[in-house]
Design a protein. Structure first.
Length: 95
């Protein structure tokens, strides 16, 4: 598999991958998330877990919609917050 060129920095790609993994847990399965994003399940697996494929701007847009957050929030790692449970959405209070 060839790496696709991406306009995102490695750090931004890592932040979007983290968001995709979070969304995968929130949606229950990669297949359900893939359907919501309008991409094949293999795309979720390749982008979020295998790191052989660069994260595209299109995938960032697609991930932001069901997360109901801005694209900047994904790129800057403002979402999901590390203390948020992906299953129930509960946010643990930090001391």
């Amino acid at each position: 598999m060839t790496r696709r060129r991406t306009d995102l920095t490695p750090e931004e790609q890592a932040n979007v991958r983290r968001a995709l993994k979070f969304l995968g847990k929130r949606f229950g399965t990669q297949a359900t998330l893939a359907k919501a994003l309008g991409v094949p399940r293999s795309t979720i697996r390749h982008v979020a877990y295998e790191r052989k494929v660069g994260v595209s701007a299109s995938m960032t847009f697609r991930a932001a919609r069901p997360a109901d957050v801005s694209i900047d929030a994904l790129l800057k790692s403002e979402w999901p917050r590390s203390e948020t449970c992906p299953h129930c959405g509960h946010t643990r209070m930090m001391e």
